[in-house]
Design a protein around this ligand. Structure first.
Ligand SMILES: [Cu+2]
Length: 370
């Protein structure tokens, strides 16, 4: 992240560049599908000096966001692959830190994310061709305060269009959530009106493909009056739909996404990573889970074995709280806040209690220390 601001402005589609991209067959299909609405729905004008086809920005339109409601998109069977020369063996595993970062001191948070397509090792034997914000899946955890301003810029360093959709924003999506073409940037600002745990994701068509390929993360919005002190964790569930590996790297598979039978699930992008390396919390102290479900399709029935939730905030805290809860389902595209404490030390497994999905990786261990 940085506070660099990139300008937005007129977008140019260079037909020569597009022809060049078409030489990579898998990528070409993704480019064609993702860029189709960009080209087909805007009136291009010929630039007689360069021969390029220029498309003028129309800030009141965002054809890409139609994918949220449209039903039919011709898509390739797999996503754009990572570069063929990238050896899967060189991609190292790293655990995703689940700890909520501290609130910034300033009242304006400036974020600059970069959209990139990179391979990520999600477990010892699996490297995926991810589409990412800032090179990881999930993207950076954002922590802000209700009523404070967020100034956001997305720069697209990828090879196909990408965009950003913050569920913490109330804003005209046709302008703010429009796609940035490769090499270009989009900027917008918003002020979160409600506290809560919110999803962010790429909204470029088809959203299923972009969200399902790794372009998601969480923005945690604190209420104006802080909640009780707690150990605060962020868990973002997602599903994996993978095609056969190419050069040891598994592409995401759009047709599998449509079939809704995931190969794997995970909290924070790596199946069962917190069983391999558990999360430690102190005995008798409050633990607050910010559970966000990136989906793209299935709910997350969040449960802690051996625990009960003192409080679950169904909507913006501190209101809409329910108490004494065993399991509560977080919808795809949703987020909820769960609070518990354990008085006995031990190993408490947290899980998606839709157990087929827990078994596929939506599971981890909380160790309550002496
Ligand atoms: Cu995208």
């Amino acid at each position: 992240m940085s506070d660099t601001q990139a300008p937005t402005g007129r977008r140019t589609i260079d037909s020569g560049r597009r022809r060049f991209l078409m030489h990579a067959p898998v990528l070409a299909a993704a480019v064609a599908a993702c860029g189709r609405s960009e080209v087909g729905r805007r009136a291009p004008s010929a630039d007689t000096a360069t021969g390029a086809t220029r498309v003028h920005e129309r800030p009141t339109q965002n054809p890409d966001s139609r994918s949220d409601t449209s039903l039919h998109h011709a898509m390739p069977s797999s996503s754009a692959s990572a570069p063929g020369s990238t050896a899967a063996a060189a991609v190292a595993f790293h655990r995703f830190d689940p700890v909520l970062p501290p609130l910034p001191h300033q009242r304006v948070t400036r974020l600059h994310f970069t959209a990139r397509e990179v391979p990520i090792r999600v477990r010892e034997d699996t490297v995926v061709a991810a589409w990412t914000f800032d090179g990881d899946m999930p993207g950076p955890i954002v922590h802000v305060r209700q009523g404070d301003m967020v100034e956001f810029t997305l720069t697209n360093a990828g090879r196909i269009p990408h965009s950003m959709d913050f569920h913490a924003a109330q804003i005209n999506p046709k302008t703010a959530f429009r796609s940035a073409l490769p090499g270009q940037s989009v900027s917008f600002s918003f002020t979160p009106k409600y506290a809560g745990a919110f999803l962010y994701h790429c909204g470029t068509a088809p959203v299923l493909m972009h969200l399902g390929s790794g372009m998601f993360g969480a923005i945690i919005v604190d209420p104006v009056k802080p909640l009780r002190p707690a150990t605060e964790l962020v868990l973002i569930q997602n599903e994996f739909y993978l095609g056969p590996p190419e050069n040891g790297i598994s592409p995401f598979a759009y047709t599998k996404m449509l079939s809704e039978l995931p190969d794997l699930l995970a909290f924070n992008g790596r199946p069962a990573q917190y069983q391999e390396a558990p999360i430690h919390v102190p005995r008798g102290k409050l633990v607050r889970f910010h559970v966000v479900n990136a989906g793209p399709t299935h709910p997350c029935a969040f449960h802690v074995v051996g625990g009960q939730f003192e409080t679950v905030y169904l909507g913006a805290p501190p209101n809409s709280a329910i108490h004494g809860v065993q399991t509560y389902s977080v919808a795809a595209g949703g987020g909820m806040i769960f609070e518990m404490r354990a008085d006995e030390p031990g190993e408490y497994v947290f899980v998606n209690h839709s157990f087929g999905h827990g078994q596929k990786g939506a599971i981890g261990t909380l160790i309550v220390d002496e």
